[in-house]
Design a protein around this ligand. Structure first.
Ligand SMILES: NC(=O)c1ccc[n+]([C@@H]2O[C@H](COP(=O)([O-])OP(=O)(O)OC[C@H]3O[C@@H](n4cnc5c(N)ncnc54)[C@H](O)[C@@H]3O)[C@@H](O)[C@H]2O)c1
Length: 271
């Protein structure tokens, strides 16, 4: 059983590895014996994350890369291959939002800024498409690998305010299904592509939407809790199990799925 879920020795690339979710997942996987590559946008945050991970006595690789840029990812791929010679898992954890792609309570959809919507789609969609193609090529050559995308509750239902982000996350679900099909058809059953759809976890990008400065819930925070059968927000460590499962041989016949980790939010009708 221990081997079934093992990630020991696997080379796992985490984009957004310096962020809240990606950072926590990296911490878990490194403790399970994986070789971690932390990819983040800003060099300072990548360095800070490497320093933080040093306490686990491992030696992760850190790269400051814009995940929407093909040339930077090709350079990153070379560095990873020079260091470890393979890529077993890619976790597409880079993402974010911009004010002009969201709709404040006093605004309408016509107040959105088209440039901001485009940037949010570029980051959240192309920021997963481009790494999947650049790092997925190594998996195609190895005929082995697992790609884990990060979807959202906003992917298949309309959640107020987060307009641009929802468009991008809906497309992430289709990227997941489409790439799962394509990789299996053309490169065999050793390559899997899945997504996790976290429910509501408090991170940098949504903290002010869900909590007031004093830590109490906003009206939106309360609405979410009321629609979550488990009546709480998620703890980011609660993503570790599913990520380890999808990274390991335990999920060998699982591809093209989008798995909610949401305390029941997506199952509940609200009534
Ligand atoms: N926090 C939640 O509740 C929640 C829920 C559902 C989905 N998600 C998704 O999980 C992912 C991570 O969210 P988070 O809360 O950890 O956010 P975060 O802001 O803490 O981290 C975002 C990470 O993305 C990186 N990044 C941003 N732009 C980049 C670029 N152009 N190139 C490379 N890296 C870039 C940042 O460096 C950072 O490491 C996002 O896709 C987010 O949409 C989060």
């Amino acid at each position: 059983m221990k081997e079934l879920f093992s990630v020991t020795g696997k080379v796992i690339v985490i984009t957004g590895g310096s962020g809240v979710l990606g950072g926590a997942i990296g911490e878990h996987l490194i403790q399970q014996g994986a070789k971690i590559v932390v990819i983040g946008y800003r060099e300072e945050s990548v360095i800070a994350k490497l320093k933080d991970l040093a306490r686990f006595g491992s030696d992760p690789l850190g790269l400051a890369v814009d995940c929407t840029k093909e040339d930077q990812l090709v350079t990153a791929r070379k560095k990873i291959m020079d260091r470890w010679g393979r890529i077993d898992v890619l976790i597409n954890g880079a993402g974010g939002n911009l004010p002009g792609a969201t709709i404040a309570p006093t605004q309408t959809i016509f107040d959105c800024k088209l440039d901001d919507i485009q940037s949010v789609i570029d980051l959240n969609l192309m920021g997963s498409v481009v790494p999947s193609l650049i790092f997925g090529k190594v998996m195609a050559e190895q005929k082995q690998g697992s790609i884990i995308n990060i979807s959202s509750m906003a992917a298949d239902r309309a959640i107020t305010r987060v307009f641009g982000y929802s468009l991008a996350k809906a497309a992430i679900d289709q990227l997941t299904k489409w790439m799962a099909m394509e990789m299996a058809h053309k490169f065999g059953d050793g390559i899997r592509v899945n997504a996790i759809a976290p429910g509501f976890f408090i991170g940098n990008q949504n903290r002010r939407l869900l909590t007031e400065e004093d830590g109490s819930y906003t009206e939106r925070g309360k609405t979410i809790i009321n629609n979550t059968p488990m009546s709480r927000f998620g703890d980011i460590t609660e993503l570790n199990g599913i990520v380890q499962y999808l990274s390991s041989d335990a999920s060998k016949f699982v591809t093209g799925t989008i798995i909610p980790i949401d305390g029941g939010f997506s199952a509940f009708s609200g009534v």
